[in-house]
Design a protein. Structure first.
Length: 317
């Protein structure tokens, strides 16, 4: 049995898994390979890996995709080493920035660790598993469009919206359906269209709520920080803030369902800021979780605002 764990929140994560699924579905179909699909994000990744590896009946291979290495993931080293001692193999594909010491450690512990910030994860996995496959190339192209924010393909935007809408462990079967559809080269059909109808109403409601609850923080000698929240992904909120306040230098979207935060900026090292809060990501886009964001209903806690202000000044570029 082989297990795939991928980032559940975006097209690059599910796109990566779709390419892996396609590889096993089409190239190894005669070998009866069973691939179990799992989903994680940064705040539950450790628990997910422990759930998979800290059991009596282990998989033969674990494939991790589109999960950047956070500082506290070091807790998993002993588990990785025990799994390796039992002939288990771990392959980790990623494109998030990583401390060179962690990179060296992972390369020693794991069967394979590939990290390339210049490609999205689906591109890395396509090049490894299916470099000449036309459908894998299309999945990678759409994934890059979202991850690098090039906005060239409406299909990619639609897929991202559907994936974000189906967040949470209770909707894992829906995510598996999306993975299987993409693995078979299906990016548009009636099921996708019905999903988009529901999403359009949901996004409109949450977008209006976010626009009504924007908090503008003016930091002297730096500039304006735009913050808002809603029951929708923080990445989408940060982009909404960028459209609404293009003069701001930092955009912070808070997903109030999970107290998860996405920060976008070309003026702050977002990854280092997120690492302070035990998160991670890219230099211009990163995320983390913060338990006490709100002091009262729909009111952002001032201690959180103070910490954000302090760390923006600490990690400004």
């Amino acid at each position: 049995m082989k297990v795939s764990v991928t980032h559940e929140l975006d097209l690059d994560g599910l796109g990566s898994q779709a390419i892996i699924q396609r590889y096993f579905n089409h190239l190894l179909k005669n070998n009866k390979v069973k691939l179990n699909l799992h989903y994680a994000h940064y705040t539950n990744f450790i628990d997910k890996i422990q759930e998979i590896l800290d059991v009596k009946f282990l998989p033969e291979q674990l494939i991790i995709s589109d999960i950047g290495f956070n500082d506290d993931f070091k807790k998993l080293y002993p588990l990785f080493k025990r799994f390796k001692e039992k002939s288990g193999k771990i392959l980790w594909f990623d494109h998030h920035l990583i401390n060179i010491n962690y990179k060296n450690e992972l390369e020693k512990i794991l069967e394979l660790y590939i990290n390339d910030p210049n490609r999205c994860c689906a591109e890395i996995i396509k090049d490894y598993y299916l470099p000449d496959d036309l459908i894998a190339k299309k999945i990678a192209k759409f994934s890059r469009d979202i991850d690098f924010d090039t906005k060239n393909y409406q299909i990619a935007s639609n897929l991202q919206s559907i994936i974000a809408y189906n967040r949470g462990s209770g909707l894992n079967e829906v995510k598996k359906k999306i993975v299987e559809l993409m693995a078979n080269g299906i990016f548009e059909n009636k099921w996708y269209s019905n999903q988009l109808i529901n999403i359009k109403k949901w996004e409109k409601e949450q977008t209006n709520f976010a626009l009504e609850h924007i908090y503008l923080l003016q930091i002297e000698e730096f500039g304006k920080v735009a913050i808002s929240f809603a029951k929708i992904g923080g990445g989408k909120l940060s982009l909404l803030l960028k459209e609404s306040y293009p003069e701001a230098k930092v955009f912070i979207g808070i997903d109030s369902r999970y107290n998860e935060i996405i920060i976008h900026s070309n003026y702050v090292n977002c990854r280092e800021l997120a690492r302070y809060f035990y998160g991670g990501g890219h230099k211009d886009r990163a995320g983390f979780r913060y338990e006490k964001i709100f002091s009262h209903e729909n009111k952002i806690d001032q201690i959180f605002i103070y910490k954000i202000k302090d760390k923006i000044l600490t990690y400004r570029t």
